[in-house]
Design a binder for this molecule. Structure first.
Ligand SMILES: [Zn+2]
Length: 118
C-alpha cells in the first residue's frame, strides 16, 4: 500500500522516514537474541549506532499468555485478561519466559493470513 502526500507535509516526512527505514533494514546487521536487564523488559537495542538486536520474546509471550487466558477464562472481560497477563508476566522469571517461548516455538504451526474480527 502506498499513499501520496504533499511535499513538505507531515505525511511526506513520515513517508520519507519509512523509506529510509526500509533501506536501513537492508543495511543494518540485525540479530535476534533474548535480552535481559534487571527489572526491565528489553525489546531491542542498537549497539554503537550500528548493529540492532531484536528480542521477540517479551511481546510474543505476552500475546500467548493473553490468548491462552481467554481460553482459560472465556467469560472474563478484555480488561481483566489484560490485567492478569500483566500481573503474570511480572511474576515470571527470565528463565520461565525463555522456556515458555521455546515451547511455543516448538509447538507453533504457520498459518495463512486471515481476518481477525474481534
Ligand atoms: Zn484479548
Amino acid at each position: 500500500m502506498s499513499k501520496t502526500a504533499h511535499p513538505g507535509s507531515d505525511d511526506a516526512r513520515r513517508r520519507a522516514l519509512w523509506l529510509r527505514l526500509w533501506a536501513e533494514l537492508g543495511a543494518a546487521p540485525i540479530v535476534e537474541a533474548y535480552l535481559t536487564a534487571p527489572g526491565e523488559t528489553v525489546h531491542g537495542v542498537c549497539i554503537d549506532g550500528d548493529a540492532v538486536v531484536i528480542n521477540p520474546v517479551p511481546a510474543t509471550v505476552d500475546t500467548i499468555l493473553h490468548e491462552l487466558l481467554h481460553r482459560v477464562y472465556p467469560d472474563r472481560s478484555e480488561r481483566s485478561i489484560r490485567r492478569t497477563t500483566t500481573q503474570l508476566r511480572k511474576f515470571l522469571t527470565d528463565d520461565e519466559v525463555q522456556l515458555f517461548y521455546a515451547e511455543y516455538c516448538r509447538r507453533r504451526k504457520k498459518g495463512r493470513s486471515r481476518r481477525a474480527d474481534v
